[in-house]
Design a protein around this ligand. Sequence first.
Ligand code: ANZ
Ligand code: ZN
Length: 812
Amino acid sequence: MKYNFKQIEKKWQKIWESKSLDWKAKDFGKNKIYILDMFPYPSGDGLHIGHIEGYTGSDILSRYFRMRGYNVLHPMGWDAFGLPAENYALKMKKNPMTFVPKNIENFKKQLKSIGFSFDWTHEINTTEPEYYKWTQWMFLKMFNLGLAYESEAPINFCPSCKTGLAREEVINGRCDRCKSETEIRYLKQWHLKITKYSDRLLDDLKELNWPESIKELQRNWVGKSAGYEIDFQLEDKSNKIKVFTTRVDTLYGVTFLVLAPEHPLSSKIARGDYYYITDKYLRNILSKSERDRMMSREITGVFTGNYAIHPMTGRRIPIWISEYVLHQYGTGAIMGVPAHDKRDYDFATKFHLPIEKVVQPENTFEKFSGENSVSVYEGFGKLKDSDEFSGLLSEDAIEQIGQKLIEKKFAQKNVYYKLRDWIFSRQRYWGEPIPIIKCQKCGNVPVQEKDLPVKLPKITNFRPTGTGESPLKKLKNWVNTKCPKCKCPAERETNTMPQWAGSCWYYLRFTDPSNKKEFANLSKLKYWLPVDVYIGGAEHAVLHLLYARFWHKVLYDLKLVPTKEPFFKLVNQGMILGEDNEKMSKSRGNVVSPDNIIKNFGADSLRMYEMFMGPFDSAKPWMTDGIKGIYRFLNNAFTLANKITRTHKHQIEEDKELLVALNKTIKKVGEDIENYKFNTAISQMMELIDLMRKKLGEKKLDKKHFETFLKLLFPFAPHITSEIWEQLGHNTLLDKENFPEYNKKYLINEEKIIIAQINGKRRLDLTFPAETPFEEIKTTIQKHPKIKAHLKGKRIKKTIFAGDKIINFVTN
Ligand code: ANZ
Ligand code: ZN
């Protein structure tokens, strides 16, 4: 019989479909495990290779833990609101409401064609009113807590079109539509007060079993820094400039101050002849889009003709304006210390400002290279030329200079965060309507709970208006309503939520997806939370993963969820690159289509290959030869099975070599799955199958051992293993089998016995795992009380390690 994967896979998918309840999570039970994938946006292109990598990993885990008797929640759903769908809709001139369900059908079909064991009874879709009703409900909770607020944010405005523009719509300071010069105006936007949670978002990272790199990205994003705010008086005493610094130890090295262009003083501070150039500079900078400003490597700036007074030395310090100082951070003004800050250094070099060293590296090598050269030294060190603080180390100087400034009322301590409140309104169609009613008398009034969801109407013209209003604004019937409070005529908020809203809490809904009364029942949440394993790409590090943590904490404070954090363990799958080692992209033509692979090699080969390519969390290139190798392996297993069915009647002696290899494999595959090391589990199984083929030739392969192997392989390649299982005469499902247990007695050669001698005399035998390095064996033995006693008062002259068996301490 041939390995006809097409037939086999279809057959088993049908069987699973009819018995899919086997994958259904029970509501309660002893051991639960919640294994979650980052749910996809169901694009028209269908599944790509990267989805399949993560989903195969989670499928292996789910099948494995089911075989271990766990109650597994492994759901799937659709994150279908947002810009990708809307832009596609605009291109196709079709309402997303009509094609999103079709995309979902297609995605689902594809997922099933790969044999993923999702619990489809828990499926959810963020764009269904029954779902987004709760997204809106949660928004209102935040609104009532003051965590959702409307406030003005600076945006570009076109005076002739009378509209606010997105930053991207401003090209070289002009409106992209009518080419008029734009100006900065403040427009109202909804914000979520994520900054209130800054400290908790940082502190609670400690509790999470996440990749350190992702935690670090979140830490940097929240960006907490403690420092001092120092006041610099203007020379004419008309005002003060407050700067924020984390390096008050460098205070004596200040040679200039810089204001952000948006700083309130920037437009007022210029003196004399500098008036004109300052004004010109500001107009030029403020009309650039943020992106242009960030992209520009050029150092720009302008001297204002004005001076401030150094709080310690009384020196005159020139005041500049430059875009490298950000308005949104700290006080929007800095003290320039070019000798010790690279950005200040570049600025000073360009504008020929003095550079004064006040911190010396302690390390002599750095001192040598730093002393007379023009380099910047950004590290801590010893102060010089700093009055009474000279000679102090930076750490102490920060305390003491800070203290002195505080005493003189020139400074105060402060902590700043890089994190900003989350701008939550979009002037776009395809999102959850923000459930607020705007009343002339009562202001922003929440829609009443009984009136949720505020359904997104189906409209034909959903093109963004460009007026800064959502396209919903035109729908008078929908917009006009009554104020829930005073019953006067009022209007609905027409902005929608951003695409990240629905994914902030979907993992909660999965625990109780059809609940009509609550977003999820608390007892179910208590049982299932936190998500034990969350698998997905690292690109969400500071978007989805931060938003969801914030949202979760709000619900936690409301006692609506039982845990402080949503996702206990996070596993990032590595990116799968094209054969050319580059990111897969249509334009490069290096995209691998899963459908083609399934057609040519089968879903089991695809699953196995994606797991075999390399470490789960590393980036790795696709190789067609690689999948051929996997295919051969599965084919070998299949042919082997055919032979076993014919020969299994033979009475077979227990074969020690095989038993050792088998037990070793059981142990390794189980441990590797639990550690997401799918690739090494597969190599181990490949070794085993080679041995089994050999043993079969020697008529030493017992059928039951081959069946054990099938159970190990099942989570990886569920179709072929199920088929073989049936061929071997079973009418049960492999799903229902227990994962094999290994027998320790066969693992003995995984350990080694070390004989410890002192001056050639045997004193102790100790057992170590086979791979224990020499150094570790040596120290362990030396610390053993018996050996210690014998060595008392003696000095080891030499340690001899012989044949990986004997360690001999020679003393005098
Ligand atoms: C003087 C100084 C000397 C600084 C030195 C650094 C090194 P973090 O750690 O990121 O918080 N800074 C403050 N506000 C800024 C703004 N709005 N735009 C650009 N830079 C700003 O960085 C704090 C440091 O970043 C501050 O400390 C300030 O430069 C700069 F040897 O002050 B420092
Ligand atoms: Zn315009």
